[in-house]
Design a protein around this ligand. Structure first.
Ligand code: ADP
Ligand code: GN1
Ligand code: MG
Length: 359
């Protein structure tokens, strides 16, 4: 559906006059619009979610620095997000209502996927996120602002769940008894990776922290991964969480919000494909403990995301955008189904990493 052109679109240095502006993509956080101008050029106009990102100026500072670093490492402009300045030369604008807006050049000839059509698509995305991590290995991590504090601190996510259960503001605890029990039964396990981080066994690296398949753009013709996008959560973090968040979303046989759980399965084939791409791009720089913890990264990110969906459901759906009632509970259920399947395939998951490394 054609939407009215957001007035903010007129305040960026795009080539021509804005001629159309439509809601775009399937992200859960920002307001994303595809903007076209009279010269036929396309852009992504985004309203940054201010409830999620409390310091948009610091966030935009991170993105400017990270994209500049990446640009110095490649000759291909389609491989790095490119911000379009405002008419007064800034990288973002704040409107009268206090909303922050930015514009990226649309990466030409690209597409994003909500589901891998073949294991090769998924392998490619693994390669892209592995390369992203490798290219940022020499980026000064201390200069980055932590845009969401304790973002992948799983025990804190459990604390938030307990709080939501206790408050039960929307009287939904009664509808989620099984999911709550499933989560709380794994609360001890939730400490595994932060404990390894605290002990120094897992190093902090510059990571993406939101490595969903639809946060990679593919070349429409060659089907090669082109560009890692959605850089709002680039911060110091754990490599195994970047690996794991991709697996939770992309190694499932169904959509994140599928209601028919019979369709939702963890696919060892897709897991193997991603591990192959990821490790070929950054495996040599990972420590023994990081390699050994990759299966935990997958299970932890899936469990954590399920806990976050459940918490948001119980709290009245105020964080993740929803398009129907119960969608966050449905999302939670798919995540927990995947967690239990990963638990059932634990030895296979470990074996696959060994085999991929030996290839
Ligand atoms: P969210 O944080 O809401 O997920 P994203 O930055 O991931 O927002 O953008 C949402 C979608 O818009 C992406 O999944 C992708 O399809 C598309 N997109 C974002 N930036 C670009 C770009 N520069 N070029 C082409 N498509 C883009
Ligand atoms: C959000 O922004 P998007 O849609 O790519 C969320 C991720 C979740 C994901 C679940 C900043 O990602 O952490 O894993 O939804 N991003 C933020 O689909 O919270
Ligand atoms: Mg996104």
């Amino acid at each position: 559906m054609e939407e009215k052109i957001a007035p903010q679109a007129y305040r960026f240095q795009i080539g021509g006059k804005p001629v159309s502006c439509k809601r775009y993509g399937s992200g859960h956080i920002n307001g994303t619009f595809l903007l076209e101008d009279s010269a036929g050029a396309k852009y992504i106009l985004q309203r940054i979610n201010k409830n999620v990102f409390r310091d948009p100026a610091a966030l935009m500072g991170n993105i400017a620095a990270v994209t500049e670093h990446l640009r110095s490492r490649t000759d291909n402009p389609r491989e790095v997000l490119s911000l379009v300045p405002t008419e007064d030369g800034k990288l973002w604008l704040t409107d009268a209502g206090g909303e922050t807006w930015r514009v990226y050049r649309f990466v030409t000839g690209s597409l994003s996927l909500d589901k891998a059509e073949t294991p090769d698509d998924f392998r490619e995305s693994g390669f892209a996120f592995g390369r992203f991590q490798r290219l940022l290995a020499d980026f000064p991590a201390h200069t980055l602002t932590e845009t969401i504090v304790k973002f992948h601190d799983t025990p804190s996510r459990f604390a938030a769940l307990r709080d939501a259960i206790g408050k039960d503001t929307h009287h939904r605890v009664r509808d989620a008894g099984r999911e709550i029990e499933f989560a709380l039964g794994r609360e001890k396990y939730a400490k595994t990776l932060v404990a390894l981080q605290d002990s120094g066994d897992l190093p902090l690296r510059v990571t993406h922290n939101d490595t969903k398949l639809n946060n990679v753009l593919f070349d429409r013709d060659t089907r090669k991964a082109l560009c890692v996008i959605d850089l709002d959560t680039v911060m110091p973090g754990l490599s195994v969480n970047d690996f794991g968040d991709s697996i939770r979303f992309g190694a499932s046989t169904a959509a994140e919000d599928e209601r028919d759980l019979r369709k939702v399965s963890f696919s060892p084939t897709l897991y193997r494909a991603y591990a192959g791409g990821f490790l070929s791009a950054c495996g040599e720089s990972l420590t023994r403990c990081e390699i050994d913890s990759l299966p935990d990264g997958a299970k932890m990110m899936t469990l954590e995301c399920g806990v976050r969906f459940l918490t948001d459901y119980l709290s009245g759906d105020s964080y993740f955008q929803t398009h129907r009632e119960g969608q966050n509970l449905d999302r939670c259920r798919t995540q927990f189904k995947l967690v239990s399947e990963m638990e059932g395939s634990w030895d296979t998951m470990k074996k696959i990493i060994k085999e991929v490394l030996a290839e």
